[in-house]
Design a protein around this ligand. Structure first.
Ligand code: AMP
Length: 225
């Protein structure tokens, strides 16, 4: 299965990608996580990306296309992948289409679009906290009394990501609407879009995605419990 998870900032792409990755046995590739790891490790890419990311702007198409090209040819992507955060511009989508054609995957790719609403997203995102050690995302209310990250055990590691601050989120929304949303039309024209209500409970969103995938792929898909 070859999937793009598409949606505005905070639509739940990362959450659904992780669940689907476990259920379908294919890797979750988050360009945001790749960049954040590079920032943490202070690699040349990370140093370049840090300022851009904390203002909510987009890293250059060339860099992102290069990262995805390197990733998709890796052995872990042989059975499929779930892309989260890429493509994010029409230029990235066109370069991605070329990669898919070269890899004979164009007829396999599907885009899952999580529909959302800006005001509810603002509340959702400003209530998120990340662990500075493992990058796991938590709801503030769930961890506000914890000293230790339940995922990796790091102490006092919770923080509000710069790109989850309200003014930054609003900027990310403007960029999403102007630069990223046209991608939806691009893949709609090819009949590759599955549209899902992203404001349902997490389990219901997953259920809707899996039911749609079963229908759309026209064959049995293997799902782990
Ligand atoms: P995300 O975790 O997907 O919301 O990504 C966090 C930040 O990383 C974004 O706000 C961008 O600055 C950057 N980023 C992630 N993916 C891309 C991409 N495909 N193109 C450009 N910038 C990206």
């Amino acid at each position: 299965m070859h999937l793009i998870l598409f949606g505005s900032p905070g639509a739940g792409k990362g959450t659904q990608a992780k669940i689907l990755s476990a259920k379908l046995g294919i890797p979750h590739i988050s360009t945001g996580d790749i960049l954040r790891n590079a920032v943490n490790e202070k690699t040349p890419l990370g140093i370049k990306a840090q300022k851009i990311m904390s203002s909510g702007n987009l890293v250059s198409d060339d860099i992102m296309i290069g990262i995805i090209k390197d990733t998709l040819v890796g052995p872990e992507c042989r059975k499929g992948f779930i892309l989260d955060g890429f493509p994010r511009t029409l230029t990235q989508a066109r370069a991605f289409d070329e990669m898919l054609n070269e890899l004979n995957l164009m007829d396999k790719i599907l885009l899952i679009s999580l529909r959302t609403n800006e005001e509810e997203i603002i509340v959702r995102l400003t209530n998120r906290r990340a662990c500075s050690n493992c990058q796991e995302i938590f709801i503030y209310n769930d961890i506000k009394e914890l000293e230790v990250c339940p995922n990796c055990g790091a102490v006092k590691s919770f923080y509000l990501r710069n790109d989850d601050k309200e003014e930054v989120i609003r900027n990310r929304f403007r960029i999403f609407e102007t630069v990223t949303l046209p991608i939806l039309e691009h893949y709609e024209k090819m009949g590759k879009v599955i549209s899902i209500d992203g404001f349902q409970a997490i389990e219901k969103v997953t259920e809707d995605i899996l039911n749609n995938l079963k229908g759309k792929s026209g064959k049995n898909i293997t799902i782990s419990a």
